[in-house]
Design a protein around this ligand. Structure first.
Ligand code: ATP
Ligand code: MG
Length: 413
């Protein structure tokens, strides 16, 4: 099988300049991994990684000679980032494993494209292309890309034992790019070796899980992971699988369903302490942790509203949610509630509420301390107390009370 790709990122003068710099003095360079895979799949390429026969110090020298900015981002393991036209290109020297007592452990720089490919995880991730787009396929990745089949390079058990993160990557790439069933040999191997997940760092697990839960085929993939006994090992929860399926059934209505923090909050079926456990377990950022919690809290408000079905009440409740939580959190909360309501994407009440949340203007409290002082309230604690009373009454009124009425509430007139 042969292939040739064309893409804007490949024709970009910046990338061609990087090739000009690298392919001197008998050295070769090829784009590798995600960019080639995604282009073959008709998907946008995210970042562009380049493999080269040149060792890192030589890459730095070539960059300097061609006026390219070079940052030694991972110099010791072979990576130098070249920046051209503001685009970063990660350039990594070809690597190969050195056999030590039958177990590949040490890595050294090499000049062999096949050996470099064999160190990668899946066949679809070991495709290379040269500066003209001609694809090189040392380990049979092209048919697998075509079939969207995520297949380990070599014996899955050996490859997993080298790096247990590959268990999660197997599911993650299937969720992102796979079609049909998971590879049977790969699945059997991940089940056998799942205990190895315990030795992985929380950061590495977190990075993979974020990508996994937002991937197009996450719902069925997470189910397969539960069957494999892996969900509870990586998420510190048995998982609200049904709500998660229901959340992702809303993808077409709301892109927010794919935000990792919201997806993870829905997957965690427990209370706030469980959310904290999950956030610790995945080393989520403070912002992500907060977004999970706020989504969960905000989701209680529409539930209250749900019971009070008459439409005018609904609108008030939605405005209240918008005002109290802000738009992003309000939408998260509504989606969280929708996912847990068991009503499906056709539910009109939730759909209407979502439209309202997107379109409604966030009410702005019309009264200020200055207003109160100008009506004779003495500056000091009385102003704050008055404002608070007025604000509560304003929310209760469905944001209907105007400034005059609010002054009356605040001053007890
Ligand atoms: P994405 O679009 O998600 O970034 P990607 O293919 O670029 O996809 P990365 O995790 O960025 O994925 O890794 C880049 C490449 O490095 C992969 O395509 C794969 O060839 C190789 N690779 C990364 N991590 C591993 C690993 N744990 N084991 C083996 N090979 C790996
Ligand atoms: Mg990448």
């Amino acid at each position: 099988m042969t292939a040739r790709i064309t893409a804007d990122w490949l024709r970009a003068p910046a990338l061609q300049a990087v090739f000009d710099a690298l392919e001197t003095d008998g050295d070769e360079a090829r784009v590798v991994g995600g960019a080639v895979r995604n282009t073959l799949l008709g998907l946008p390429a995210t970042d562009i990684d380049i493999s080269t026969t040149a060792v890192p110090s030589t890459v730095m020298g070539k960059a300097a000679a061609h006026g390219l900015k070079a940052v030694p981002t991972g110099f010791d393991h072979g990576t130098v980032t070249l920046v051209c036209d503001g685009i970063p290109y990660e350039v990594t020297t070809l690597r190969e494993d050195v056999e030590t007592h039958g177990r590949s452990a040490t890595v050294r720089f090499g000049r062999n494209w096949l050996h470099d490919a064999e160190r990668r995880d899946f066949t679809m991730n070991a495709l290379y292309c040269d500066r003209r787009g001609e694809v090189f396929d040392p380990v049979g990745g092209l048919p697998d890309v075509e079939a969207r089949h995520v297949r380990f390079i070599g014996d899955p058990r050996l490859r997993i034992a080298e790096d247990y993160l590959r268990i999660l990557r197997f599911f993650r790439f299937h969720a992102q790019y796979g079609a049909g069933d998971l590879d049977a040999a790969g699945f059997a191997a991940v089940v056998d070796l799942r205990d190895g997940l315990a030795g992985l760092s929380a950061e590495r697990i977190g990075m993979e899980m974020r990508k996994l839960v937002s991937a197009p085929r996450a719902p069925e993939t997470v189910l397969a992971m539960r069957e494999a006994g892996i969900v509870s090992r990586v998420l510190a929860t048995h998982g609200g699988l049904r709500p998660f399926q229901d959340l992702r059934a809303l993808d077409a209505l709301a892109p927010e369903t794919r935000a990792p923090a919201l997806a993870l909050a829905v997957l965690s079926d427990g209370g706030e302490a469980d959310l904290d456990d999950m956030a610790d377990h995945l080393r989520l950022s403070n912002a992500e942790r907060k977004r999970m919690k706020v989504a969960r809290c905000a989701s209680d408000i529409p539930r209250g509203w749900d019971e009070a079905r008459p439409a005018p009440v609904a609108k008030t409740e939605i405005l209240r949610l918008l005002f109290l939580a802000g738009r992003e959190a309000a939408i998260d909360g509504l989606l969280h509630a929708w996912a847990n309501a068991g009503v499906g994407p056709e539910d009109e009440l939730f759909a209407d509420a979502l439209t309202l949340l997107r379109d409604a203007e966030i009410p702005v409290f019309p009264l200020t301390g200055k207003d109160l002082v100008s009506t004779g309230v003495p500056a000091g604690p009385a102003v704050g107390e008055g404002l608070q009373k007025a604000r509560a009454a304003w929310i209760d009124s469905g944001f209907a009370l105007d400034r005059e009425a609010l002054v009356a509430v605040a001053t007890g007139a």
